[in-house]
Write a protein that binds this ligand. Structure first.
Ligand code: BES
Ligand code: ZN
Length: 870
């Protein structure tokens, strides 16, 4: 559904590129590059001009070759639309093949887009540099003139002109090498399959690798800066094991002869799916031996799987335009979990998905300022803005819901058919629904379109005698009330997963109100969203909630439903459908809880409540309550990481330790101090799983001396993973002077541009730091804008991180005023969402603050029901 705005930004379609011959010559000493490109184009309608994209490039020469003749082209540039207009001295007729030749040059930047440089240290401590590319979404045009839209697929032959001591890597293997001018080496890569420009790639530098090969003879290599190749072994093994599994799942063998996974020290996102050459942040690819936590291991497996999934879904079949970005990212967000679940079934990744992903999607999509999955986007800012939890997590959750609804095997067949049908082409959301419809024999499109074209999701309100009703859900009580009383017309075909004792059955609610199908004889439906599978919420009546509480205490409720109950109860309370104090009063039934995902959900809500109540009267009762909740579970998890611990037990231990330490449990804090002192003396003494929690706990009561210690540790840490933990600690101090130093440190040369945002937003997320972070952000606005204005993850995160935590209407106005005079095009929606979130907090505080305080101070809240209680 192109909007007029959208078409304005799209190139004319009457000329299409077929093949590019591209030479790129980066000069690492001067930090400039030059290049030439010959683009073979097909002309579909008589034209005087060729219109294509370029940004910040100098064009030295432009010529057109038709038949045997060649003629110069006049070059105009249109910086606003990031275009070149090439005009010949004659008409180019329809059905002709023309070759456009351009030579150009540009600067190698450091803003992590286009062709950019990344710096690192050699093992001997000397400085090194490499050059790499990041083209998604619209930055191929910064490296060479091209039709830089996903539907202009073409083949590419890349040639890199490089220092002979370096390695050059691109999408395809090198085919030939020969000496070029000035002692340089030309590396000519094989021609790619038909593909989109945003997936093209080049990295040049002194890289090392660990490699391997699949049974089908695909060479898989993990590349790193010198001295780190060994850290790539885990990722290589994951990739080697997953490649045949993906071949099999999709029913299409990986079509390229090799797959490289490259760790890039400076990297804007987490990773990128360039076809045949996947690029990663170091922390998303490498496991420094003996220094990695369970969390990092999971992260590496997930991110490796995510980019591999894109090799089919995204690279082989690509969305026609960016308004269907969710097809790429939603699918990969789902598939990453499925793939890792296959490799490490004992991790129970689908449970983790609920806690770490789906919860975030439900939270964001509960905002009135959310957006539909399918959303018109035109300019690059708008495109970058939709790289958010809606495209990723809501997208992934919908795919999961649909898969569960039609059945895994049917779904797999449909996906395979879709990929075969559109291989090397482009497709849209409709195309996917239509193929899945054929595979399943159901009208998938009419079921799914409400989910992808409406924003938000429903809450199911279950009434007496098996009646249920759906209403659009909102986080904000005012919006929720409006939605209950004056319908806005949105109705979703809701895939319910009904369960009663042993029976589990999908069932489609098509209307606003309906009667549930009768449960099996002698049974009742005790869950409408079994295992928290569907992307919606359920409001049960008081009797059912009571039963659920008892079931949780008695240990009869499955883990995903324990999470689901906590997640719904909190959100319904915040939205005013229940008293929020009921959530607080329910929490003690979870004291015996021993599963990570449930605690992860609870911890997130405790975090929100802490932000709500911070610095208000009676707040001092909050910390003891958290300690009361968590101490029993932590006692069972224990301090010692033992080799037999499950993955989730390891995650749980860190989570609870962090909770107890940050909420002031004195024994925990004492022990953390000791462990930290020992860690300073003997860096390897502290297990990686415990480090983050220990560092943050210690930092939370630290003074400027300790702050200096942490800065030094962060500067000298030899892995990025360890640096990140130390950065988190720097953001966990409470003294304003220390936090101020943390913020200064975050923009100093000691910290990579890619890592600043996470530090600054962690300071903003620390209730003692929100003032400092907001002030610092405003003081340094120009710097931040220059660095991150392109948008995407970093800018959204920054904006939210520094302004989202406030809890008063005055602050909301202040934030609104600031951004009104300091617009950020790549974060327009994030800026609106922040205001809604502050409004929500202010509203909840005004309406429910008193009852929460009362609940917290009730002598019953922390009563343990005798020593034998469950
Ligand atoms: N295609 C994205 C990378 C990207 C993000 C490019 C934003 C341009 C703008 C990649 O596939 C991705 O989704 N990366 C994620 C990985 C994660 C969800 C496992 C990331 O970078 O965090
Ligand atoms: Zn992705």
């Amino acid at each position: 559904m192109p909007s007029s705005e959208q078409t304005l930004y799209q190139l004319p379609r009457d000329v299409r590129p077929v093949h590019y011959d591209l030479l790129l010559a980066p000069d690492l000493d001067r930090m400039t590059f030059s290049g030439t490109v010959s683009i073979e184009v097909e002309v579909y309608r008589d034209t005087l001009e060729f219109v294509l994209n370029a940004k910040d490039l100098r064009i030295h020469e432009a010529r057109a070759f038709v038949g045997g003749a060649d003629s110069p082209l006049e070059v105009r540039s249109d910086p606003e639309y990031e275009r070149l207009i090439l005009r010949g001295d004659r008409l180019f007729g329809a059905e002709s093949r023309v070759v456009l030749y351009l030579s150009f040059s540009g600067e190698i930047g450091n803003l992590l887009a286009g062709l950019y440089k990344s710096q690192f240290l050699y093992p001997d401590g000397t400085d090194g540099v490499l050059v790499t590319t990041q083209f998604e979404a619209t930055d191929a045009r910064r490296a060479f003139p091209c039709w830089d839209e996903p539907s202009f697929k073409a083949t590419f032959r890349m040639t890199a002109r490089i220092d002979p001591r370096h390695v050059a890597l691109s999408n395809m293997p090198a085919e030939r090498e020969f000496s070029g001018p000035d002692g340089l080496k030309d590396v000519v890569f094989a021609v790619t399959p038909r593909m989109s420009t945003y997936l093209l790639h080049l990295t040049v530098g002194p890289l090392e690798k660990v490699g391997g090969q699949t049974e089908n003879g695909v060479a898989v290599s993990v590349w790193t800066t010198p001295g780190h190749a060994g850290e790539g072994m885990f990722a290589r093994d994951v990739a080697l094991r997953l490649l045949p599994w993906f071949d099999d799942y999709f029913g299409i063998p990986y079509p390229l002869p090799k797959m490289d996974l490259v760790a890039i020290p400076d990297f804007a996102a987490g990773a990128m799916e360039n076809w045949g050459i996947l690029t990663y942040r170091e922390t998303a690819l490498l496991l420094p031996p003996g220094a990695s936590s369970a969390r990092t291991m999971q992260r590496v497996a997930i991110v490796v799987a995510h980019e591999m999934a894109h090799q089919w879904f995204g690279d082989l079949v690509t969305m026609s335009w960016w308004d269907d970005l969710w097809l790429n990212e939603g699918f990969a967000s789902w598939m990453e979990v499925k793939a890792v679940d296959h490799l490490f079934p004992e991790w129970n990744m689908w449970d983790i998905f609920l806690a770490e992903d789906m919860a975030e999607g439900l939270e964001l999509d509960g905002l009135a300022r959310s957006h539909p999955i399918e959303v018109p986007v035109g300019n690059p800012h708008e495109i970058n803005e939709i790289f958010d939890a809606i495209s990723y997590v809501k997208g992934g959750s919908l795919i999961r819901m649909l898969e569960q609804f039609v059945g895994e095997e049917t779904f797999r067949k449909g996906i395979g058919a879709y990929l075969k049908k559109f291989a090397y082409q482009n497709a849209s959301t409709r195309d996917l629904w239509s193929v899945l419809g054929q595979a399943s024999g159901q009208d998938i499109r009419s079921i799914m379109e409400s989910w992808t074209r409406n924003m938000g999701y429903p809450v199911l309100i279950s009434g007496e005698t098996g009646q249920i009703e759906q209403k659009p859900f909102f986080n904000h009580p005012v919006e929720m009330e409006r939605s209950r009383t004056s319908p806005d017309g949105r109705i979703w075909p809701v895939m319910l997963f009904l369960s009663s004792g042993k029976d589990r059955r999908p069932w489609l609610l098509k209307e606003e109100k309906a009667a549930l199908p009768p449960p099996p004889p002698g049974q009742q439906w005790d869950n409408l969203n079994d295992r928290h599978t569907g992307f919606f919420r359920v409001l049960e009546d008081e009797r059912v909630r009571k039963r659920r509480r008892e079931g949780i205490k008695a240990g009869t409720v499955p883990v995903a439903d324990r999470l689901g109950f906590s997640n719904d109860l909190f959100s319904l309370g915040r939205a005013g459908l229940l008293p929020l104090s009921e959530y607080l009063e329910t929490l003690p039934v979870y004291r015996q809880e021993d599963q990570y995902i449930v605690w992860a959900d609870i911890a997130a809500h405790l975090g929100w409540l802490q932000g709500l109540l911070a610095f208000t009267d009676g707040w001092e009762r909050f910390d003891p309550f958290v300690v009361f909740l968590m101490q029993e579970a932590f006692r069972k998890a224990g301090w010692e990481v033992s080799p037999g611990d499950s993955h989730q037990k390891r995650l749980l231990r860190s989570l609870l330790l962090s909770g107890l330490g940050m909420h002031g449990d004195s024994d925990t804090r004492q022990r953390c101090q000791e462990l930290f002192q020992e860690r300073v003396r003997r860096p390897d003494s502290l297990h990686p799983d415990l480090r983050l929690a220990v560092y943050r706990t210690v930092a939370s009561s630290g003074d400027p001396d300790l702050h200096r210690t942490f800065c030094d540790l962060a500067r000298t840490a030899d892995s990025q993973e360890e640096k990140n933990r130390l950065y988190s600690a720097l953001a966990a101090f409470r003294r304003p002077d220390c936090l101020r130093s943390t913020l200064e440190f975050a923009i100093s040369p000691a910290v990579r541009i890619q890592d600043t945002v996470s530090i600054v937003s962690q300071v903003g997320g620390n209730v003692w730091g929100e003032e400092e972070a907001w002030t610092f952000f405003r003081e340094n606005f120009d710097l931040f804008r220059k660095r991150y204005e392109a948008g995407g993850f970093a800018l959204q995160r920054l904006v939210k991180g520094v302004s989202e935590g406030f809890r008063s209407m005055e602050r909301k106005e202040e934030v609104a005023r600031f951004f009104a005079s300091h617009p950020l095009d790549g974060a327009k929606r994030a800026i609106e969402q922040v205001q809604e979130t502050i409004d929500l907090r202010a509203h909840v505080l005004a309406r429910q603050g008193e009852s929460l305080r009362k609940a917290l101070s009730s002598p019953d809240l922390m009563k343990t029901e005798g020593s034998s209680s469950v």
